[in-house]
Design a protein around this ligand. Structure first.
Ligand code: MN3
Length: 205
């Protein structure tokens, strides 16, 4: 059975960028319901799955409901891991890769923010290591992951939830203000660790 992971901090520790009410609802109710429904679907289908990646690797074998709930659980688990209230910076290794692939850190942030603001409807924007081994910015719809076998756009090392439930209470329709504020909460330490521990490209399918 999958469990809802704890946030790194109390819900009010992300203020003023993310308000405590949004963090609480987003974590307990939205993410919590993905976990609960995923477990119900797996039990109901007699499916014994212990790794979400096992679902992603053969995503077309699973129902749309399992796709949505497994993606929702996986994506939000990553999202919380990438948010903290301690200012940090990319590791030298990641920083030089960002400079190589995007110009510099500010250019990357601008491109990523544009992609997040430009995504139509609900979904996620990701920084991935693609099959060529380059950093890339990709979008997914709904709760899809870049790791799903019918998408396969790279290994996500960072991503932002741009569903309205992530920002509507505080920012209303102003998604650009939410994404801009979020840069102050980005935990580059965790992202740098995920970058340096990424699997070999030939394991990405
Ligand atoms: Mn969400």
């Amino acid at each position: 059975m999958f469990v809802l992971p704890k946030l790194k901090n109390p819900t009010n520790a992300y203020e003023p960028y993310l308000d405590a009410e949004t963090m609480g609802i987003h974590h307990e109710l939205h993410h919590g319901s993905y976990v609960k429904k995923l477990n119900q679907l797996l039990v109901g289908g007699n499916l014994n799955i212990s790794r979400i990646e096992d679902i992603f690797e053969n995503i077309s074998d699973y129902s749309g409901d399992i796709r949505n709930m497994a993606g929702g659980h996986y994506n939000h688990t990553l999202f919380w891991s990438w948010l903290d209230n301690t200012m940090s910076a990319p590791s030298p290794e990641l920083h030089s890769r960002i400079a190589e692939d995007f110009g510099d850190l500010d250019a990357f942030k601008n491109l990523f923010t544009q992609s997040a603001v430009g995504l139509f409807g609900s979904g996620w924007v990701w920084l991935v290591v693609n099959k060529e081994g380059k950093l890339d910015i990709v979008q997914t719809a709904n709760q899809d992951s870049p790791l799903m076998s019918d998408i396969n756009s790279g290994y996500p090392i960072f991503g932002i939830d741009v569903w309205e439930h992530a920002y509507y209470l505080k920012y209303k329709t102003k998604r650009v203000e939410y994404v801009t504020a979020l840069w102050s909460l980005v935990d580059w330490n965790t992202i740098s660790e995920r970058f340096s521990s990424k699997p070999e490209m030939n394991n990405l399918g």
